[in-house]
Design a binder for this molecule. Structure first.
Ligand code: PDD
Length: 281
């Protein structure tokens, strides 16, 4: 396996960054994850645009042109022989003597790219059964729209899910409304049959898969509302699901142990998954 690190492709086992890399010391960086489907990067432009926005919001310089970065992503995928999988890109503020404020003069941003294969057959089996989620308080900051590598609450949430035998943890705001999963956006088909997900102005990540599914829902003529839902509404929903580059559309069949619908993936979630996969290929 190979990793791209600041201009060089290195054997994965030897690939490392400097001890005073600001991503390492301060989580002063951002990232993106693309699904690789049939050797191609799904939703390429959407993820690229979000990356540029995250960088701009944090005033981290663009490390290279969009085309050059795209080349590095594809080359890393190629060198790792990934047909179905994920590619990870991280851009940080770079290496400098430890000081919380930005380095002055500015230093070169740090760039790391890795790629790995995913067992799509196993993922498909999981999607046919559906997954469980737990809920816990959202303890994150006020800029969850930035895809920052500062992910401790997400890490702790995902670990809690794993220990509970669940696939994901949904985070809940102080009003009792679900914000999003630790690495996914959260959706329901509510008791009235409306497709619902929280609006992107309310401190969540603007999911690229979420945006694609929103379009598909419109094309399908589904009633769709950008409106947050409570944990109780999720438990009483007809269907629930999550979206992310790493999961596409994944049906959710239980919330905190309460069965959603009939405990099987619902027709809307299954159809949206199928459409998303067909579209991306
Ligand atoms: N996570 N919400 C959060 C907090 C996320 O970290 C992600 C993505 C999403 C879904 O966004 P998208 O559809 O653009 O992948 C929502 C990536 C996959 C990760 O951290 O691995």
């Amino acid at each position: 396996r190979w990793a791209y690190v600041n201009g060089a492709y290195l054997p994965h086992g030897d690939a490392g960054v400097h001890v005073e890399e600001r991503g390492f010391q301060f989580a002063d960086g951002v990232y993106e994850v693309w699904a690789v489907m049939d050797g191609r990067l799904a939703d390429y432009d959407g993820h690229m645009a979000r990356l540029e926005r995250s960088l701009d919001e944090l005033r981290i310089a663009r490390p290279m042109s969009r085309d050059a970065l795209g080349f590095v992503l594809r080359e890393t995928v190629r060198r790792n022989r990934v047909r179905e999988g994920l590619v990870y890109l991280q851009v940080t503020r770079g290496v400098a003597r430890r000081d919380h404020a930005f380095p002055s003069p500015e230093v070169r941003p740090g760039v790391v790219v890795t790629a790995r294969s995913v067992n799509r057959a196993a993922q498909e089996t999981q999607a046919e059964k559906g997954v469980g989620v737990i809920t816990l308080p959202d303890q994150r900051w006020g800029r969850c729209d930035i895809k920052s590598v500062g992910l401790l609450p997400n890490v702790l949430g995902k670990q809690a899910a794993r220990e509970a035998g669940a696939y994901e943890a949904w985070m809940v705001d102080e009003l009792g409304l679900v914000t999003e999963g630790t690495s996914t956006n959260a959706w329901i088909v509510d008791a009235e049959g409306r497709l619902r997900t929280r609006d992107v102005q309310s401190n969540i990540l603007r999911g690229i898969t979420r945006a694609a599914v929103t379009k598909l829902a419109a094309e399908e003529g589904l009633t769709f509302e950008e409106k947050a839902f409570s944990v109780d509404e999720a438990k009483q929903a007809r269907e629930a699901f999550i979206t992310a580059a790493s999961a596409f559309v994944m049906p959710v069949v239980s919330v905190d142990g309460a069965v959603v619908g009939d405990g099987k993936p619902g027709p809307v979630a299954s159809r949206l998954r199928r459409l998303y996969l067909d579209r991306a290929r």
